[in-house]
Design a protein. Structure first.
Length: 189
């Protein structure tokens, strides 16, 4: 901020705070000795609601200025470091929640669920980046949010961009999760 004489990227701090919420939830749940299924389901829903905030930070790369700005490299480093931290929190939280849920669900079903979670997160990122919804709008503005979601689901041919973004971003998250797990396995040897 001092070098650029601007507070423009200060929104990244808020976005990173939102990215910490799902990780904080799984950290709390890991420290809880025994959860009943209802509590776990409730926490899982809140976790899933906030989870897209973590990879959302990647889309903040759209805010990089175009042209020959002499400190553009600094903006790239700042936004990229926040985005990478968001991804790290996303993957750590995914692994933690998988470990938590494994005590309650058959592993076959759990793996199926875990194929869909990155795509649901991709859809959540689409809702946030392009339709400008926030996580708390499920409480503050549920009718409009649900109407938009239903419209996208019921009329997929009218919302090609939503489905394309969801598929590509979800695939990116799946591949990244696979790489993250491979790195984790290799470093534990």
């Amino acid at each position: 901020m001092k070098l650029n004489q601007s507070f423009f990227f200060s929104f990244l701090i808020w976005n990173l705070f939102l990215a910490v919420i799902p990780f904080a939830i799984t950290t709390y749940l890991l420290s809880t000795p025994k959860l009943n299924k209802f509590s776990l389901l409730l926490w899982f829903g809140v976790w899933l609601l906030f989870l897209p905030n973590a990879p959302y930070i990647i889309t903040d790369l759209l805010h990089l200025k175009k042209g020959s700005y002499h400190l553009l490299w600094l903006d790239i480093l700042v936004v990229t470091s926040f985005a990478l931290n968001g991804l790290l929190l996303f993957y750590l939280s995914l692994l933690d929640m998988k470990e938590i849920i494994a005590n309650y669900i058959n592993m076959k079903y759990l793996n199926i669920i875990y194929v869909f979670i990155p795509f649901l997160s991709g859809f959540g990122v689409y809702l946030g980046r392009f339709l400008r919804y926030n996580s708390w709008e499920i409480i503050q503005n549920p009718i409009n949010l649900l109407n938009d979601i239903l419209d996208i689901v019921i009329n997929p041919n009218l919302h090609f961009e939503a489905w394309l973004f969801t598929f590509i971003f979800g695939s990116f998250l799946v591949i990244g999760f696979w790489i993250f797990k491979q790195l984790q396995v290799n470093t534990s040897k």
